[in-house]
Ligand binder design. Structure first.
Ligand code: MCN
Ligand code: CUM
Length: 798
């Protein structure tokens, strides 16, 4: 079921017309979004609601000598001014990060990054709160800032974390993976070795909706409700309970419509805690919503990995070993958002799609006077960095050996029959067919023709060079399993609960929290498929800890692999019970009842006309239930995945590089993805388009920059450049389907693949345009001036 242009087509052979698996069901949630009826945190209005504005430090590193609240308090409408001292009284001055570091909610003693939270002004409206914030007088003793991980690790660097007992340097953590000795040996004996330094620059997820919260303490019920922009409401409730001492059942986290998360809304931020604490103390609802610059300057950034990559290979391009060393900037606190046991996330998947025997990686992380992070941005926990490393290095090796970058990949791919495949660093890949995806992409891209065109332009000394970039990435998504993956000790399972009502429709509640991915549609499709119901008869709810089953939230493309599996398993539990009811209704033995996926009906074996629909069964469950069964028709499943899933893809990017200006234009952009069995091709297409746009932002535009004083010079949309429709080319997408063997419906995640896979393809393309001039790398973001300098270096500039 493939369109001629390779784009998605309704996969009518499944779904059976009821909106099940594979059908392009229009997104249910869009009805409210496109009619302006979405309900975001900032839409929440409560009687008597107060507003919070945070006073932030203009300095990156400074001791606070004094805070004078008096002028702020004299502003008409200002209700309270909170500082660390006030929070200390309630034991709320600090909060744990997801990596078990301790971060100030409001600065207690020393400011550690520009825009850090110093005080909070609570007032009757937002404008007054802002006026008040301007009148809080803070006396700072400015210290020398430490910017850049390399500077931070110098012997004489000022110590940022003197709050940690005995801490005398800015070293944050060390990490290693693989076999050092065997790798060193492979490098010594190899025919060919290549080495390249590359920075995966600091990015920010920059969701269009910034972070915010409405704390709403009800003294009558002694219950604290926090409406907040959360990608993980349940774990946030648990953390709130642990930090505040308020019993968990007295806390309700509601994550309403969320306007993009991209990993930014996984951590807990001081603003959430302040809004909740202020509401608890003042016994009135308190709203806090960030501005754009506050979001970029103070909440979790992504990447900031300064990497060295090395490959060892035979003369004919067989890769024997990979080695890498990383210097990571973690900012002022260790607040990376990754499963606890993975301080470098899943970076050790850096052997990628290739069958490489030996690998070794090391990483050192440093504290700097910059906002804490190392979170996310469509990253699958640092897989983005790993994929960038290996996909860039394969291109470097191909150039060194004068081999075609597609050929060298083909030569080294893990073969379909090798799955399940255990990598040199211990990952268990579930399934893959990398060559198939690459071949499809090559064909869609007219690869050979463009290679000829590229050569022609070189020979004719054309003004615009052509570059062709390839990336054949492997993703790893769907954390757990719980035994290896946890957040703050809570195992990374997920959940779904299905309630079929007497009139034959159903409510499904899931433990994950959509931020735009279309869960209200796709989870309904899974249940529709598995129960033979119509997708319109199913409502999906999420984002309310009072009603939803416990789950670990949406990030790392884990919703489909984990909660999606739970939805399928819960549906099958309902189906089992439905069989007993069907037997009762049809006056047959239970073992004689069959379910027919095509019609969605239950019937007596060998007698297809004696059949019954799920709607009739629902009625039976409540109005005529068999004595052997409890009344009702419900099921819940908590799913702990046996393994992660490994989606993959091949992207081919063709660019024109202007030798006069260094400008890069996309000539063709081909993306072939494989996320196993597909629930909704249209939603997948949307995910791919969005993620590719973010990959282009990464490669071409985005960078959170600082000056030597620690001022954030890339901390707003004037300076932190997001791609717009003007920078985005037409994408040509295609897919292959390699189901996950261990997932109940064979699906893998897809939400991050395009952002993980595209930056190296784009950089490889730009490098490819100049490789005949000896260029082996161009740093991101590849702004025209960066590219022009490389052209100049290669003697190709005009
Ligand atoms: N899907 C499908 N068939 C598959 C796999 C996925 O139809 N085989 C559908 C899913 O049902 C879901 C969507 O594609 O509707 C994404 O699914 P999945 O890959 O499981 O990812 P998650 O739902 O867990 O979303 C998280 C992922 C991440 S980590 C980031 S970051 C990101 C992304 O999704 N943030 C987003 N995509 C985003 N899209 C929007 N609009 N907003 C964000 O903040
Ligand atoms: Cu890695 S960004 Mo997403 O995991 O929310």
């Amino acid at each position: 079921a493939e369109a001629e242009d390779g784009g998605p087509q309704p996969e009518k052979h499944c779904g059976h017309g009821r909106g099940g698996m594979g059908e392009e069901v229009k997104r249910k949630e869009d009805q409210r979004f496109i009619t302006g009826r979405g309900n975001y945190v900032d839409d929440i209005k409560k009687p008597g609601m107060l507003h919070c504005e945070i006073v932030r430090s203009p300095h990156a590193h400074a001791r606070i000598e004094d805070i004078d609240k008096s002028r702020a308090l004299s502003v008409d409408g200002v209700v309270a001014v909170l500082t660390a001292e006030d929070l200390l009284e309630h034991d709320l001055a600090t909060m744990p990060t997801l990596m078990d570091d301790t971060q100030d909610v409001l600065v207690n003693d020393k400011v550690k990054f520009q825009s850090q939270e110093v005080a909070a002004v609570i007032a009757t409206d937002r404008y007054t709160a802002k006026d008040g914030a301007e009148k809080v007088v803070v006396d700072y003793d400015v210290l020398d800032p430490v910017i850049g991980a390399e500077n931070a690790l110098e012997d004489d660097a000022p110590v940022i974390r003197d709050d940690i007992e005995g801490k005398e340097d800015n070293h944050c953590l060390d990490w290693e993976t693989g076999d050092e000795e065997a790798t060193a040996e492979a490098f010594e004996e190899a025919d060919v070795t290549v080495k390249e330094d590359m920075l995966y620059q600091r990015l920010h997820p920059a969701p269009i909706e910034t972070c915010g919260a409405v704390g709403d303490y009800d003294p009558g019920k002694d219950k604290l409700t926090v409406h907040m922009t959360s990608q993980a409401p349940h774990i946030h409730r648990t953390l709130f309970a642990q930090v505040s001492g308020i019993p968990e059942h007295k806390i309700r986290i509601v994550s309403p419509d969320v306007g993009g998360g991209f990993g930014n809304k996984v951590p807990i931020y001081p603003g959430y805690v302040v809004a909740a604490a202020a509401s608890y103390v003042l016994e009135e609802p308190v709203k806090w919503v960030e501005e754009r610059s506050e979001n970029i300057q103070s909440t979790g950034f992504a990447r900031d990995y300064d990497m060295t990559g090395e490959l060892a290979a035979t003369e004919d391009g067989e890769i024997q070993a990979v080695r890498t060393d990383v210097l990571a900037d973690h900012g002022a606190f260790n607040a990376v958002a990754q499963p606890s046991k993975f301080p470098a996330g899943f970076f050790n998947i850096f052997t990628g799609s290739y069958d490489i025997d030996t690998a070794y990686g090391t990483l050192t992380a440093a504290y700097t006077n910059t906002a804490p992070g190392g979170v996310a941005y469509r990253c699958s926990f640092r897989v983005t960095e790993a994929v960038y490393l290996i996909e860039r290095m394969v291109k470097v090796l191909a150039d060194e050996l004068d081999m075609d970058p597609a050929e060298i990949r083909r030569k080294n791919f893990i073969q379909p029959e090798q799955f399940p495949y255990e990598s040199a660093t211990g990952w268990n890949y579930d399934s893959g067919d990398y060559e198939k995806a690459l071949d499809k992409a090559l064909e869609m891209a007219d690869y050979e023709d463009y290679r000829e065109e590229q050569q022609r332009r070189i020979e004719e000394d054309a003004d615009k060079l052509l570059g062709i970039g390839v990336s054949s990435f492997t993703e790893v998504v769907g954390a757990g399993p719980g035994k290896s993956c946890d957040i703050a000790g809570v195992e990374m399972f997920d959940s779904a609960e299905i309630r079929v009502h007497p009139t034959g429709n159903a409510t499904v509640r899931v433990g994950v929290q959509t931020q735009g991915q279309g869960h209200e549609t796709t989870f309904a499709q899974i249940v529709a498929e598995e129960l033979g119901m119509d997708v319109d008869d199913i409502t999906v709810e999420h984002g309310d800890t009072d009603t939803d089953p416990y789950g670990l939230g949406t990030y790392g493309s884990r919703s489909t692999p984990v909660a999606g599996a739970a939805a399928a398993v819960a549906s099958r539990k309902v189906r089992e019970k439905a069989k007993a009811i069907a037997a009762n209704e049809l006056e047959a033995a239970e073992e004689d009842i069959d379910w027919d996926r095509e019609s969605g009906e239950f019937h007596v074996a060998g007698a297809p006309d004696r059949s019954i629909t799920i709607t009739e069964i629902a009625a039976g469950a409540y109005m005529n239930h068999p004595s052997s069964e409890e009344p009702g028709l419900e099921a819940i499943n908590y799913y702990d995945p046996p393994e992660m899933t490994y989606p993959f893809g091949s992207y081919i990017v063709i660019v024109e590089v202007d030798r006069e200006t260094g400008e890069v234009e996309f000539e063709k952009f081909v993306a072939v993805d494989d996320c196993g069995n597909r629930i909704n091709p249209m939603i997948i297409e949307g995910q791919i388009h969005g993620g590719l746009a973010q990959g282009i932002g990464t490669a071409m535009l985005e960078h959170v920059t600082f000056d030597d004083n620690g001022n954030v010079t890339g901390g707003d949309f004037m300076n932190y450049l997001l791609p717009t429709s003007m920078e985005i080319p037409e994408f040509e997408t295609g897919h292959t389907v390699t189901p996950s063997p261990h997932h109940p419906i064979g699906a893998k995640g897809v939400g991050e693949s395009p952002t993980v896979g595209s930056p190296p393809a784009i950089v490889n393309a730009v490098v490819d345009a100049m490789s005949h001039g000896g260029i082996s790398h161009v740093e991101m973001p590849m702004t025209p001036d960066t590219v022009w300098e490389k052209l100049d270096e290669a003697g190709l500039a005009m």
